[in-house]
Design a protein around this ligand. Structure first.
Ligand code: ADP
Ligand code: MG
Length: 879
């Protein structure tokens, strides 16, 4: 580097940059944050800024780009979203008060996982930084830290597949993969393209990890809260990263919550997207199950709802207790609506508590907190009015504990200290209430009095000098001065000192004015300094209680969720499911919550499902029926009912019994799975392989049209073998929708544990009418041709199709000469599936004759009749 760039400030810059080489460094210079060198080039491109240069024109140009300081939040946000880390280097003193070089320090680092401010986080979702560590060829440790809520969680996953599905569930913004775990990055990014994956160079030793955690949580707390070594290492990685980002500020992380994957119902990514749990097919929230059930009124409630939906519980007692809470609010609708009304007035106390702890709270945050706390007594009143003796237990209040800590001390403090309608920033002045602090009051009095003193002095000077137009004025540059217009200049007393000449007159000062100006200047400064000090102290005092506030937030969130689920249950007429340890899954009059809502005029047809993974009970249902009959809907609503039940919700059915499920596995055949943009048979088979590998007896497996992505015989053979394996070996509760009618034979050899069901349709005047009603037995026929008619395929083509269908069903030759019947019979003995007696061969009718027979003359238009005639003739000549 040449000497011109080695000015003191550039040396300062280079030192800061060297310490944060992996981040873009925003270097505060006056009203701008500047970027230099390569950073400037990168940021100019990423943010569409003008790239300029320092020392322009010299042989020592340094590329430079800048963003105005007041708009920095938006720029940082955009950089983070593009996967960059951003280091913020601030001026640590007021440049106007420092001689020489202004001290500067990196005070924050923002990353995709550690947001810069509220603009970068979604209110109704957690914002996780995750880390994955791995024991050498051993289990994976996964941890996730939401620095906006202070939540730190960790778990251990036995293998890559479960580690991946847990990462997908957590849906972090950024994941740090330690050596040995990097292989998960690619597959994660395939299903969560938004996630930023980073690999860390070194693995942390467990001693280092525990030291970091103990420093954060308290001595010995690391081991006490989590026995898993890789999980502790991952948690420690999150904490260490957040520490570095916060430049040593104490983190608002008070505990490490370890959870067992086995305590939650595992929902993998394919299932999540197939069931449209949090996102609909089009990627939006509308049409998703979450959108349907999320009637929460607060942001922490919404976050909890989402977490519950993606990680339903497997403990019978725990789930029942959640149902108790919902039931209470269903039964007491007045209390429910009272509570929900109150919740509307409550802010995001969880994130407010964290802002206090990170010293990031603004005056209006304190107002929001005050308003929230003000509402708590009314919340308690509403709940306490509940006549049920077990109400407290149902709502998660242990023993004789009070409903909630209403924090009267904090409320009182906030009431005394914070103005009613404070400005956005404490430095704007006026955030602290009058009467809170004597010193501040005095300084403010002087400021206010100052105005009066100025007016008084102005009057006196005017009188003494006999200049009627005399005015006392103020500018930032010149301070206070006396303004005299040209006409009256002669009257200016000699002792006045000339300050400046302007076009219209002169500006003067005098001793009296200087003295007053000095007093005023200091009053304002003193008031500002005192207010800043008081506000910071207030935030510190409140921050001490951050944990109390978070406990309040957690309780409110749980009530918010229970009341929201009750609201939905009441509105949609859902029922409380029975939960037990059995292997039963019985639903009566079950509906699909989203499809039902979209089906206009309550035309949704409810259906029953009865599965049981025990001897003598049907555990495998083969579901057949024409396209559009409702097979997929039926199977999805069954899986959804299980998920809803175990997340603690009521379910859309008249009656429901759910023996706890440990895993819901759903797969859709490649050709049906358009939404995911996957059409390759390979993907379908990989997913199927996963299902077969992961499913246990307690799982619920839902396979929709598996085997469709390949040729008929291939597909049938695979579908058959998969169904057999599910039934014979895994023996779990399963539903299998298929268009392979041959497969329905399976039920006859495996009764009563395998059953055929079909979703009915009726053909009426050549049209299909979908009844959507489930009935016992296999579907009698495919309604493909009728469907094609419905879709507007012209009659000559339909006629020909009917003719071909007839031939195929009789096992006759295809017009091409290939013998479908022979091929199909060649496969059959191999599969050992079908009864040997095929249909008896018939003499070949002429195709033209067949087509003629199949024509529905009433439906042929004159033009089609002509076309038909032409093709009949061609057939006649062709043979
Ligand atoms: P399949 O899988 O048999 O082709 P789908 O389950 O995709 O059929 O259902 C097709 C459409 O039929 C759905 O989008 C929905 O509009 C309607 N539908 C499905 N089940 C029902 C039902 N039980 N009652 C009313 N309409 C239904
Ligand atoms: Mg379907």
């Amino acid at each position: 580097m040449s000497k011109a760039s080695q000015t003191p400030v550039m040396r300062q810059y280079l030192a800061a940059k060297a310490a944060h080489a992996d981040a873009l460094l925003l270097f505060r210079m006056g009203d701008f944050y500047e970027l230099f060198f390569e950073d400037a080039v990168v940021a100019a491109k990423a943010l569409d800024l003008t790239l300029t240069a320092r020392n322009k024109g010299s042989d020592d140009e340094i590329p430079m780009a800048g963003v105005p300081h007041h708009a920095v939040s938006g720029y940082v946000q955009r950089l983070i979203e593009q996967g960059f880390n951003v280091a913020i280097c601030e001026q640590m003193a007021d440049p106007s008060k420092v001689k020489g070089l202004v001290p500067r320090e990196v005070v924050r680092i923002a990353t995709p996982g550690i947001a810069y401010d509220d603009a970068g986080i979604e209110a109704r979702q957690n914002h996780y930084l995750a880390a994955v560590e791995r024991e050498p060829s051993g289990p994976y440790g996964i941890a996730a830290l939401d620095l906006s809520t202070g939540e730190l969680v960790a778990c251990e996953a036995a293998d890559a597949a479960s580690a991946l599905s847990e990462l997908v569930r957590l849906d972090p913004r950024e994941v740090l993969f330690a050596p040995g775990a990097e292989a998960l990055a690619r597959p994660l990014q395939q299903v969560r393209p938004r996630v930023v994956a980073r690999t860390t160079a070194d693995a942390m030793t467990i001693d280092e990890a525990d030291a970091v955690l103990d420093a954060q949580l308290g001595a010995g707390r690391a081991l006490a809260s989590c026995a898993s070594t890789p999980a502790r290492r991952a948690a420690s990685r999150c904490v260490a990263t957040a520490r570095a980002c916060e430049a040593g500020r104490p983190l608002p992380v008070a505990r490490l919550s370890f959870y067992e994957l086995g305590d939650t119902l595992v929902i993998d990514e394919a299932t999540q997207s197939h069931l449209e749990l949090v996102r609909a097919v089009d990627g939006g929230e509308r049409g998703s199950l979450l959108h349907e059930i999320d009637a929460t009124r607060t942001a922490p409630g919404a976050r909890l709802m989402r977490r519950r939906l993606l990680a339903p519980r497997t403990g019978v007692a725990e789930v029942r207790r959640l149902h108790d809470g919902v039931e209470l609010f269903v039964a007491h609708s007045r209390i429910r609506s009272e509570l929900r009304q109150r919740l509307d007035e409550i802010g995001d106390v969880e994130r407010l508590a964290v802002k206090l702890a990170l010293d990031r709270a603004l005056p209006r945050d304190l107002v929001a907190l005050r308003r929230s706390l003000a509402t708590l007594p009314a919340v308690v009143d509403a709940l306490a009015s509940c006549p049920e003796p077990d109400a407290r237990e149902a709502l998660g209040v242990e023993g004789g504990a009070s409903w909630i800590d209403t924090c009267p001390d904090l409320y009182e403090l906030l009431g005394r200290a914070v103005a009613d309608d404070p400005p956005p920033r404490a430095s704007d002045g006026g955030a602290v209430r009058d009467g809170f602090d004597a010193q501040l009051d005095e300084a403010r009095e002087l400021m206010r009095g100052g105005q009066r003193l100025i007016v008084d002095l102005e009057a006196r000077l005017r009188e003494a000098s006999a200049i009627p137009s005399l005015k006392l004025r103020y500018t930032r540059v010149f301070g206070w001065y006396i303004e005299v217009t040209r006409a009256h200049l002669g009257k200016a007393p000699k002792e006045w000192r000339r300050k400046q000449t302007i076009a219209t007159g002169e500006r003067f000062s005098c001793d009296e004015l200087d003295a007053l100006a000095d007093k005023l200047a200091h009053a304002e400064e003193r008031a500002a300094a005192r207010e800043a000090e008081l506000f910071a102290g207030l935030v510190r005092d409140l921050a001490v209680h951050a944990e109390r506030l978070r406990a309040v937030a957690a309780r409110l969130a749980a009530w918010d969720v229970a009341a929201a689920l009750a609201e939905v249950a009441h509105r949609e007429d859902w029922t409380r499911p029975e939960i037990d340890d059995s292997y039963e899954l019985v639903l009566e009059d079950a509906r699909h919550p989203v499809v039902e809502r979209l089906a206009s005029g309550g035309r949704f047809v409810p259906n029953d499902v009865s599965l049981g993974a025990t001897e003598g009970r049907p555990r495998l249902w083969l579901v057949t029926g024409p396209n559009m009959a409702g097979k997929s809907t039926l199977m999805r609503q069954t899986a959804i009912a299980v998920i809803l039940a175990q997340m603690g919700s009521f379910v859309p059915a008249r009656r429901a019994r759910v023996g706890v499920v440990d895993r819901v596995l759903t797969r859709v055949g490649a050709s049906d799975n358009l939404s995911r943009g996957e059409s390759t048979f390979m993907v379908e088979m990989k997913e199927t392989a996963n299902v077969l590998r992961l499913a246990r007896r307690r799982s619920l497996v839902v396979l929709d049209e598996i085997g469709r992505g390949t040729s008929t015989y291939d597909g049938l053979a695979i579908a058959w073998a998969v169904a057999e394996h599910l039934h014979d070996t895994i023996a779990c509760r399963a539903m299998f929708a298929t268009h392979y009618h041959e497969l329905t034979e399976l039920a006859s050899t495996r009764a009563p544990t395998c059953e055929n069901w079909s979703v009915s349709a009726r053909e009426h005047d050549g049209d299909v009418v979908f009844l959507h009603k489930l009935q016992r037995g296999a579907a009698s026929r495919s309604y493909g041709v009728a469907c094609a008619r419905l879709a507007g395929v012209p009659e000559p083509v339909l006629a020909r199709a009917r003719a071909l269908l007839g031939e195929l069903e009789r096992g006759e030759a295809l017009p091409s000469g290939a013998y479908a019947s022979l091929r199909s019979r060649a496969v059959r003995p191999q599969l050992d599936l079908f009864d040997a007696s095929g249909p008896t061969p018939q003499p070949d009718p002429h195709p033209a004759l067949e087509t003629l027979r199949a024509v529905d003359v009433d439906r042929v238009t004159p033009l089609e009749a002509l076309q038909l005639l032409a093709s009949l003739k061609k057939m006649a000549l062709g043979s």
